[in-house]
Design a protein around this ligand. Structure first.
Ligand SMILES: O=C(O)CCC(=O)C(=O)O
Ligand SMILES: [Fe+2]
Length: 356
């Protein structure tokens, strides 16, 4: 078992606040109430729709609903498991590298290029597959997981179910606004069907210098449909201008990086490239990256817990039909399957840790 001090790496009670210095300009995101969305509050749905069309990112206030409370409290527990996972020796973690054109398992520091010059990233990830975690105890998993993950399977299963359902609730409401049939969304995101969905633990090292030149996670848009992110320290930045170009490594429109201040009681929810694809660019997947935390916050290692909702492996990646979706020339085609589509996006980001 890991030592007790390994767990002290995640100490949210001790974190200083995000600095209010103008050298760290922050983005204004809409705060959307999960409870109001669950209650089908039309004003809240309209605000969420606008935000996902223009910026692709919102704060989602979680407290007060069963799913929201599971994510809010579960994220702290998952982060504690993350500290134990990352505390394993590197050679042990490397036994869990991705295989089979999937992104599950361990991504070591430096496995991705942070820029065109090939500068290595500084964050490590561990991606825990939804489909393995939601199995009954007597069912065969597709992959091997470290004992610390296996011991917490029930926690992960609960977290996956709550996050998946929250993502689907939002996607269903956005689909309704666009006139997309609910079955089109549901059929592509059946919980038990195999998908690239996973809980990602991320760990970024404390900042080495005030200048903080290094990038923990390079500029990207998420590949899946919707992402539910829990973080406690600053470091996440979004590109100020929205873009609907799928797959580019760097921003393709002029703008600047703005910090996303973590907000207590809220998840940060953003759409991914699959949502852009399904809606022919009506919905936006916000470009983002992770740098070391600003100011005093940079003294702590930075953890985040991310849930990626992705289309199931055999879903066809085509533009869906709906009154709010401009016609696209792929609408009557078969489309590439999601698993292949996502793998290609990952390779496009310069990942060199992926098996095939
Ligand atoms: O750590 C964060 O705040 C964001 C992580 C992220 O963007 C990702 O893992 O895709
Ligand atoms: Fe991301």
């Amino acid at each position: 078992m890991p030592h007790k001090e390994d767990q002290s790496e995640f100490t949210p009670d001790q974190y200083p606040p995000f600095p209010s210095d103008p050298q760290f300009p922050t983005v204004e995101l809409q705060t959307i109430s999960l409870q109001k969305l669950e209650d089908h509050d039309q004003d809240e749905i309209d605000r969420a729709f606008e935000a996902f069309k223009t910026r692709g990112f919102v704060y989602l206030a979680l407290a007060g609903t069963e799913k929201g409370d599971t994510i809010l409290h579960g994220a702290d527990e998952v982060a504690r498991v993350a500290t134990q996972t990352f505390a394993l020796p590197l050679e042990e973690k490397l036994k869990y590298k991705p295989t089979n054109k999937e992104l599950f398992g361990y991504k070591n520091v430096g496995a991705t290029k942070a820029d065109q010059a090939g500068t290595p990233d500084t964050a490590e990830f561990f991606n825990v597959s939804k489909n393995d975690m939601i199995l009954e105890d007597d069912q065969q998993m597709r992959r091997a997981w470290p004992p610390v993950v296996m011991e917490n399977k029930a926690l992960f299963a609960k977290y996956c179910r709550a996050s998946h359902a929250t993502g689907l609730l939002i996607l269903g409401l956005l689909a309704e606004k666009l006139g997309i049939a609910q079955e089109e969304i549901e059929a592509r995101h059946v919980l038990e069907d195999h998908a690239g969905d996973h809980i990602r633990f991320t760990r970024g090292p404390p900042r080495k210098t005030v200048e903080m030149p290094e990038i923990q996670t390079p500029s990207h848009t998420d590949f899946g449909t919707i992402t539910i992110l829990m973080n406690w320290l600053g470091g996440l930045q979004v590109w100020s201008e929205s873009s609907r170009k799928i797959g580019a490594l760097e921003p393709d429109v002029p703008g600047e990086w703005l910090w996303v201040k973590p907000k207590k009681g809220c998840a940060i929810v953003n759409l991914g490239d699959a949502a852009v694809k399904f809606t022919n660019g009506v919905l936006c997947s916000g470009r983002h990256r992770v740098t070391p935390s600003p100011g005093e916050q940079g003294k702590w290692p930075r953890y985040s817990i991310v849930y990626f909702v992705r289309p199931t492996d055999h879903s066809k990646m085509v533009t869906l039909k709906g009154h709010g979706i401009p016609a696209a020339d792929d609408q009557d085609q078969e489309g590439v399957e999601a698993k292949q589509w996502i793998y290609q996006q990952a390779l496009g980001l310069g990942s060199n840790h992926l098996g095939d």
